[in-house]
Ligand binder design. Structure first.
Ligand code: SF4
Ligand code: SF4
Ligand code: SF4
Ligand code: FES
Length: 952
């Protein structure tokens, strides 16, 4: 069992894992540590604290400052303890007069070129230089400031979140090493030599202009105030902290929210966070200011129609108005005429309550979630093949992979902390295959070159994965033992026959996929030959008309090569939103109760009926696209939407607009008047993650605690709002804390049976399944068998999407995300992250641009069979000819006006990744954009009137 270390202490060098232990004597104390541990760390583990400056326990030792010098019996001189490995029988002295003098001399030199403004320094009270000066007993500085020094060096304030003040730099290189080792960006260097050496970002052109991605690792590593958060400079050192979980992506990083009163001063990645291991990205680390942005709507509002201004009301009136409307609709149009959408941004407990309200209070199964539009094919595909709708590994597992294949994902932008971990593993020698139409950072970046970039055409994933599997099977590269012992042989033989057919050979599919046959063959051989090969995939796999087939194709390949059931392998969906795994687990889908239990199963439903005290519908309800269609045809008339912005995030905006306008009652619960709320009749103020108590479940199935950092600005937690709405509807809910909701979940969802808040406090986090068989959770799935017994190979016939390029729409549009903005941008657009991306642009290849007379920065019209929009063009070689790419972070850019409602055959997940479009140079916004602007102006005015109205 791994030793637990104090997450608030810096042990100087990284922990080592080894079966061989060594015992040494430090200052008379016997200390036993794993082989490879430094003397500095061994001492720290025994609470003997040797002063240090250039060392930090998330970085490999560097040995430049010499402050950590010690004496070792039988060795000459005073070796640096950070670079000296502990050995059996070693006898170490860490304190004596000679060492004290040596350390004081070193500190004197440092301080002689350091401003003596401690009292006014933002680091005062939290400065390692100050601490070490105190620890070594520095009392005087003999050298004075007369000679050359750096005291007037100019600050770099280009980054919106932190300042670089070189006058305080001790050139310890911790920042440079953090950028290299932890983040993997290599944006910093030490320029010059000796006295002239200094930290430089990029070509010394400042942080903002450099390759820096603002992850904050260097700021955290800096032992002085040279690199310092602006929030600390402006507001001073924090006073207390609360550990919670990031609310952006599915990595689920743990942070210490460092506070002054109720104000967050900074978010510091938590060293004990098992998903992030003390690292972060710009969003979680810095982009939290949206939570207290002026745009927050914190009072309930109602109105009769969307053509009217909002009216502020009391919570009671809002609940009674909403419940009255829902009841009236059901009385007139039937029980099935209403439904709701749960949020993958909200906690498990909140999501559970919303689906419970829909099933128990509305009395139907018309519940769905945004996973419909991102990872629903993952649920279907992995359940069919592996028996469980979730990824198989921990993020740590990638450090044991010998080959990683990334398909349709851009982790350094969308899952940045995992992206950094993957890059680290690749720098250690792990192979890398990228399958993506675009050239992402992982294809080539400092110290990273993928073995293969399989540049497939959008929409041809299944042809590609079948070709990979064809090579494995026909060249005899499969893992026969794994297949014989762990897989269903009938299904395997059927699949083997199918996949061996010549039509799946890379030579036959290269015209479809655009990937040269030799490349596929080589990639398949590399993948199959690796002792541990892992697959990570993203929305580039799922958001297709064959999303579910592709997920099954990926699982087939992992099964055929025996890459399931141990560390370093597996099938790993990279989840988009922070709690998309949790929202699926919590029964958000219309056909599944919490824990992926089918509503049609009488025994299962009976258990829920007994617990909830109602009769439940045994028919699956409407999915989101069906809700929209039914709204337009008039049979679906009321919706409760918590924490989702379907008006911006769902495809074919014109269709969504028509559906939302058709509703008689739209209840939106959110922190801002988002795009969807502009169509609402009831607005219930929501709480940001900083105001929540609960849990999120990340892409590793890891249940993390979300702890309240400040009280809800609206006065009510989101779960309390849902509970009150349910009570107003006449279905009583009565919880006094989210932990009680989790206790109920544990009684109803077998995979959550062992989960409770007490257990989470004890273990830090838990990866489900957590039950009697796995009381501490399940980091790696399917070790001995699958929930369905044997692994199931599925037939994955390639069927070309109907959305193909034509003479009218000759280009294929694919969409994605970038690092600095998040999803629909509602949060990040309200932060200084705007500095990196304040508009969505259309990336197109130079050949396509030249053909159309388009120059970089021109306005271009993008039209598809669904609609038209206008954006600025960016000419790039990151997309291949025939493919164009954009993001959807800004509502006014209308990326989803263009996407169609083509969808996955099994789950209706929209085909965001393939839209046939034409692109032409234009001079003015599209008519959709003009209408959007008018509607937005009108709704902002209605909001203003609502804010100014007197609460009744
Ligand atoms: S913020 Fe991150 S990327 Fe930027 S220089 Fe620092 S460590 Fe490197
Ligand atoms: S900026 Fe900070 S971490 Fe970097 S070299 Fe200077 S003192 Fe060290
Ligand atoms: S990687 Fe994801 S979870 Fe981690 S800090 Fe960034 S956005 Fe938050
Ligand atoms: S801490 Fe060991 S040499 Fe700097």
């Amino acid at each position: 069992m791994l030793q637990h270390f104090d997450p608030n202490k810096d042990y100087g060098t990284p922990a080592r894992v080894s079966e061989n232990l060594v015992t040494l004597n430090i200052d008379g104390v016997e200390v036993t540590v794993p082989e490879g541990t430094s003397v500095l760390r061994a001492a720290a583990e025994a609470n003997i604290n040797i002063p240090k400056l250039c060392a930090s326990d998330n970085l490999e030792a560097f040995g430049s400052c010499r402050i950590c010098a010690v004496e070792i019996e039988g060795r000459r001189g005073t070796p640096a303890s950070c670079t000296t490995p502990a050995e059996n029988g070693m006898s170490v002295t860490t304190q004596n007069n000679k060492l004290a003098k040596l350390r004081r001399n070193i500190m004197e030199l440092y301080i002689s070129d350091h401003p003596l403004d401690c009292l006014t320094c933002p680091s005062n009270g939290n400065c390692e230089l100050q601490d070490v000066a105190g620890a070594v007993g520095l009392r005087e500085v003999r050298y004075g400031f007369e000679g050359n020094n750096h005291l007037d060096a100019k600050k770099d304030e280009s980054n919106p979140y932190f300042t670089f003040d070189p006058s305080k730099c001790i050139v310890c290189s911790r920042c440079v090493r953090a950028c290299e080792e932890v983040q993997g960006t290599f944006a910093l260097t030490i320029d010059g030599r000796g006295f002239d050496s200094k930290v430089a970002a990029g070509q010394d052109d400042g942080f903002l202009a450099s390759d820096c991605v603002s992850c904050g690792a260097c700021v955290q590593a800096c032992p002085t105030s040279t690199l310092m958060e602006n929030s600390v400079i402006e507001r001073g050192q924090p006073e207390h902290s609360v550990v919670t979980t990031c609310a952006y992506c599915g990595v689920g990083c743990a942070f210490k929210a460092e506070m002054k009163g109720n104000e967050v001063i900074r978010m510091v990645p938590f060293k004990d966070g098992e998903a992030n291991r003390g690292h972060s990205c710009v969003k979680g680390r810095f982009a939290f200011g949206y939570a207290t942005h002026d745009d927050r709507v914190t009072e309930p509002m109602i109105r009769d129609s969307i053509d009217q201004p909002w009216k502020k009301v009391s919570w009671e009136e809002a609940f009674s108005f909403a419940a009255g409307r829902i009841k009236d609709i059901q009385a007139k149009y039937g029980r099935e005429s209403v439904g709701g959408i749960t949020s993958s941004r909200c906690t498990n407990e909140e999501t559970y309550l919303v689906q419970k309200l829909i099933r128990a209070a509305f009395g139907n199964n018309n519940t769905d979630t945004c996973a419909r539009v991102c990872h629903s094919p993952t649920g279907y595909g992995l359940k069919t093949t592996l028996g469980e709708s979730a990824g198989t590994q921990t993020f740590d597992s990638v450090m044991k992979a010998d080959m990683v294949m990334v398909i349709g994902a851009n982790p350094t932008a969308a899952h940045p902390v995992f992206g950094s971990r993957l890059k680290r593993r690749v720098r250690e020698g792990c192979g890398l295959i990228i399958a993506d139409p675009r050239t992402t950072e992982l294809v080539k970046s400092p110290h990273i070159i993928a073995d293969h970039h399989l540049k497939l055409r959008p929409g041809t994933n299944v042809a590609f994965i079948n070709a990979m599997a064809h090579v494995v099977i026909t060249e005899g590269l499969e893992d026969k033992e794994f297949i014989a012992n762990r897989c269903d042989n009938t299904a395997y033989n059927k699949w083997r026959e199918f996949i061996s057919e010549e039509r799946h050979a890379p030579e036959q599919t290269e015209d479809i996929t655009g990937i040269p046959a030799a490349e596929i063959r080589s990639a398949a051989r590399l993948f199959a030959a690796a002792p541990n090969a892992a697959i990570f995939y993203g929305l580039g796999v799922t958001e297709h008309s064959q999303g579910s087939s592709m997920v099954m194709g990926i699982a087939n390949l992992a099964l055929a090569t025996g890459n399931i059931g141990r560390e370093g392998v597996g099938v790993n969906p990279l989840r988009g939103q922070n709690n998309v795994q949790g929202s699926c687990d919590m029964g958000s889908f219309p056909h599944e109760l919490p824990g992926y239990q089918h509503v049609a199963d009488d025994a299962i439903r009976g258990r829920f009926e007994a617990s909830w005290g109602v009769t439940l519908d045994n028919e699956p309800g409407l999915r989101i696209p069906n809700m929209f269609n039914s709204a337009i045809d008039g049979t679906f008339r009321g919706m409760y939407c918590q924490g989702e912005d379907i008006a911006q995030s769902d495809p074919n905006t014109n269709h969504v607009d028509q559906a939302l306008r058709s509703l008689d009652c739209l209840i939106v619960q959110d922190i801002f008047l988002n795009e969807t709320a502009k169509y609402a009749h009831v607005f219930l103020p929501g709480a940001s993650f900083l105001e929540k108590d609960g849990t999120f479940t990340n892409a590793e199935r890891r249940i993390n605690r979300v702890r309240q950092v400040m009280p809800p600005l609206s006065g009510m937690a989101d779960w309390e709002v849902t509970m009150a709405l349910s009570n107003a509807l006449g279905y009583e809910m009565n919880y006094s804390h989210p932990s009680e909701i989790m206790d109920e979940i544990a009684t109803l969802a077998p995979t959550f049976k062992g989960v409770s808040y007490d257990r989470l406090e004890e273990l830090g986090s838990i990866q489900w399944p957590c039950n009697d068989a796995a009381p501490e959770g399940t980091p790696t799935m399917h070790i001995e068998n699958f929930p369905i017994g044997l692994g199931n190979f599925a037939i994955t016939e390639y069927v070309a999407t109907e959305e193909r390029s034509t003479r009218k729409f000759p280009l294929l549009l694919t969409t994605g995300r970038i690092l600095s903005q998040y999803n629909v941008g509602a949060q990040t657009r309200r932060t200084p992250n705007q500095a990196w991306h304040d508009e969505d642009v259309l990336d197109l290849h130079i050949s396509d641009a030249e053909m159309r007379g388009i120059s970089d920065g021109d306005w271009v019209g993008i039209s598809s069979r669904a609609g038209d929009t206008v954006m600025r063009a960016r000419i790039t070689d990151k997309v291949q000819p025939g493919v164009v790419y954009t993001t959807f972070h800004h509502p006014g850019s209308g990326a989803n006006v263009v996407t169609t409602d083509n969808s996955d055959w099994a789950t209706n997940c929209p085909e965001y990744k393939v839209t046939a479009v034409q692109v032409v140079k234009v001079n003015s916004p599209s008519s959709w954009q003009q209408n959007y602007q008018n509607f937005d102006d009108q709704q902002q005015d209605f909001l203003k009137q609502g804010r100014e109205s007197v609460s009744q």
